[in-house]
Structures are given as structure tokens and as C-alpha cells.
Ligand binder design. Sequence first.
Ligand SMILES: *[C@@H]1O[C@H](CO)[C@@H](O)[C@H](O)[C@H]1NC(C)=O
Length: 301
Amino acid sequence: MIFPHPVFAALVLYGVATVQAAPSLLSRQSITTLSNSQIDAFTPYTWFASTGYCQASDTLTWSCGANCNANPGFIPQASGGNGDSTQFWFVGYAPSLGEVIVSHQGTDTSEILPLIEDADIVMSNLDPTLFPGISSSIEVHSGFKAAQANTATAVLAAVESAMAAHQATKVTMVGHSLGAAIALLDSVYLPLHLPSTTTFKTVGYGLPRVGNQEFANYVDGASGHLTHINNKEDVIPILPGEFLGFVHPSGEVHIEDSNAWDNCPGQDNPSDLCSTGDVPNIFEGNTSDHDGPYNGITMGC
Ligand SMILES: *[C@@H]1O[C@H](CO)[C@@H](O)[C@H](O)[C@H]1NC(C)=O
């Protein structure tokens, strides 16, 4: 796989240098393997992340195949986006989980690579109107920031309505690829506006790096409770490169070539059982791994 763009060439060169130069204690922390029941517990969220691709309409009917209707009993609250300038999104209530679900449409590899590498790669502060009180030391990818800002207030209003309609106190944010990046920013945004009694959870698939060290630390210390699941040699989770100042928050689960799911403690765990260590540069990556399968589920319509 060849990426002729000069930023990618730089990513490769600096990425290799960074990984080789950085000794870390993380690789010596214990990496544990999930049980089958722990893996299966993610399945409803995997379907919901995939459902983010389904074309939502005003009537909240989705028409693109089995993935869209895989969680029986789901009660849609609101949806939006156009699948083009604004990713599709939906909010609803899952009675089987007792949770309000927020899902954002993802992207396939060919769509997200230009977004990651273009001018939006420059980091900037979060908007203090959307993120009141957030530290100015926290910086995020400008393209992901803009994508989240596009839908933020509509998503918040829908979550508030769904919580009220179902007396719900749990909110779970999901997404794949760009959708995972938006969900991660929602996991910082929504707790700033919802009651402190709310329980939050975030499940991202093929999550790219979203922000700087201060952002990763904030996510680790905040209430969003992130799990980000990376499939095999997917190249997206190692981008943008660490040399540009991007850092993953903790909470990685890495699907191995053996199909074992391993917990990778810490931020950007350099063990070769984890994405950052397993895929030291884009040439070690495989773009086909980005869409899954994640425990048998391939993302998309
Ligand atoms: C890339 O991943 C796909 C899907 O998992 C697999 O079929 C293919 O063999 C992989 N390619 C390489 C070069 O490993």
C-alpha cells in the first residue's frame, strides 16, 4: 500500500524513529485477554456503531440492510446528518441495555485518510461555548473538532429528550473510524451539560488519534469510560502520528491475528500485542482491517 503524500512519508519516517526511541514501562504492564462473554458484551455496541452508517430519515426508518435492525426493540429518538458534509447520527433508547445510545456514522479507509492528513491535522482548542470550562491546554484535531461541532447541540437535545422519555440515567456513545472520533469528543462534551448523576460509556472502533497529551489525560480522568477496539493491523489507529503530538487515551482493546481480544493498559501501549506496537508505521498496517470484522461484524451498510 503506497501513500505518496509527503505528510505520509513524514509520518512513516518520524513514526518509526519515535517508536524505536521511546522506551516505556507500559509494555511490561500486564496485558490480559478478554473472555468470550466479555467480547460478546460489546456486540450490541458494535451493531449500533455499524448502524451509524444507515441512512437516517425524518421518519427514522433505515433502509440499508441487516446491520441497521440488529438490535431489536431499539426506540429511535432523533437523527440527522446527510452522510456528506455532516456524518449521519442517531440517538435512541435501548431497553435491553437500559441505555440511551448515541451513534455517529463512520468512514471507510479511503475517506478518512484524506481527512486525517489534510490541513485539518493542525490541532486547536475546543470551543469554550460547547465545552465550558475546558482547559486551553487541551487541543484536538481540527477536522474532528469541526465534525463534532456540526451535530453537538442537536445530539445533546436528543439525548436530553431520550433520557426524559425513558427515565434513563445511562448514556453510551459509539462510532467507527471518524464516527469514533466524534463519539470520543461527545464523551467530553455531553458530561459538561448533563446531570452529574448520569453514567457514561464510550465504545469506539478503529479510533484514530484525536488530541494531544492533555486531551488524553483529560479523557482518562473524566467520566466517559472509554473502550477503543482496534482490529489487527488496522492503520487508522496509528494516525495521526505521535511525532505530531497526538496521544491515544487509555482503554484500548486490540484484536490479535489469532482473534483473541487483548486489553492494552495505558496510553499508546508499545507492546506488539497492541496497535501502536504492532503497527509501527503505515507499511506494517493493512487498510482492509479497518472495517473489521469485530467479533464477526463488519462495519457499514
Ligand atoms: C489484510 O487484511 C485482509 C483482511 O483481514 C487479509 O485478507 C489480507 O490477507 C491482509 N493482507 C496482508 C498483506 O496481510
